[in-house]
Design a protein around this ligand. Structure first.
Ligand SMILES: [Zn+2]
Length: 269
């Protein structure tokens, strides 16, 4: 019988099942953090393991199926080791979890570095892992635990290049786009496509934000969703920035902004 054996290193990625051992550390701790619980690490967390992204392992496996040599044992991994502490810290950022990490008794990985030697895979399969462990929200998990692959575009006109075959186009964070966005959306709608745009209507000073006013004026339907005022509990229309920075675009952290109603916003501004 002709065969080659492939040895996979801690494969992770979308639709991963919750199994045993270190391959499930990622999914288990994501599930814990997204439900408000501390991530758990065995021992001091300085053990370093090689986490390989599923798409890289699939590429390597497919190449191995057409190999002319036989009876080889070939490693497939990312070729890099990350400590469980670093891994957990990256995951905390994605999960927006700011709590403590729990360290339990150390296990057989204590003090070890397990990194895949890809030399043979590179030579026989031209294997080259493309995904470094970094957990873009795009690939593994998003804020609300539903993930959907998306395409990042440098400007609104680039949306046209990607949407030729699409029936539905969804644009997120539309307030950061350039002024061409309403025109681009109109063009897509005229081609019979459905365009869904989400964005903030006002910036932190209460002024209309980027292309949103024009989008709202030209859209067929507009839905305003309101948060709850953090001061009084009434519907909140404004985003109040809690820091003193005057840059219009300050990406990201939940703690920097709080939703406020009109009365509470103007009393703080
Ligand atoms: Zn209020």
């Amino acid at each position: 019988m002709e065969y080659n054996a492939l040895r996979y290193f801690f494969v992770y990625g979308p639709r991963q099942y919750l199994g045993l051992g270190y391959k499930s550390v990622i999914i288990k701790n994501f599930q814990r953090m997204l439900s408000g619980k501390s991530p758990i690490i065995n021992g001091d967390g300085f053990q370093a393991l090689d986490y390989s992204f599923i798409s890289d392992i699939i590429d390597g496996t497919i190449s191995a199926m057409t190999l002319d040599v036989h009876s080889e044992v070939i490693n497939l991994g990312s070729g890099k080791a990350i400590t469980i502490n670093d891994l957990t810290n990256k995951m905390k950022i994605v999960a927006e979890y700011t709590g403590e990490t729990i360290h339990t008794d150390s296990d057989e990985t204590f003090g070890t570095i397990r990194v895949c030697d890809n030399k043979k895979a590179m030579k026989l399969l031209s294997f080259k892992p493309k995904i470094d462990i970094r957990f873009d929200a795009e690939k593994v998990v998003s804020h609300n635990n539903n993930s959907m692959p998306s395409i990042q575009v440098p400007s609104s006109k680039n949306i046209l290049l990607h949407s030729e075959k699409a029936q539905i186009i969804a644009v997120d964070e539309a307030q950061f786009f350039d002024d061409e966005l309403p025109h681009v959306c109109r063009q897509l709608a005229q081609q019979g496509k459905r365009v869904i745009v989400a964005g903030l209507d006002m910036d932190y000073t209460g002024k209309p934000f980027g292309p949103i006013p024009n989008l709202m004026a030209t859209a067929d339907h507009v839905t305003k969703v309101h948060a709850i005022c953090m001061s009084c509990g009434n519907p909140a229309l404004y985003s109040h920035r809690k820091t003193n920075d005057n840059n219009l675009v300050q990406l990201g952290e939940k703690e920097e902004y709080e939703p406020l109603c009109g009365a509470c916003f103007h009393s703080k501004a």
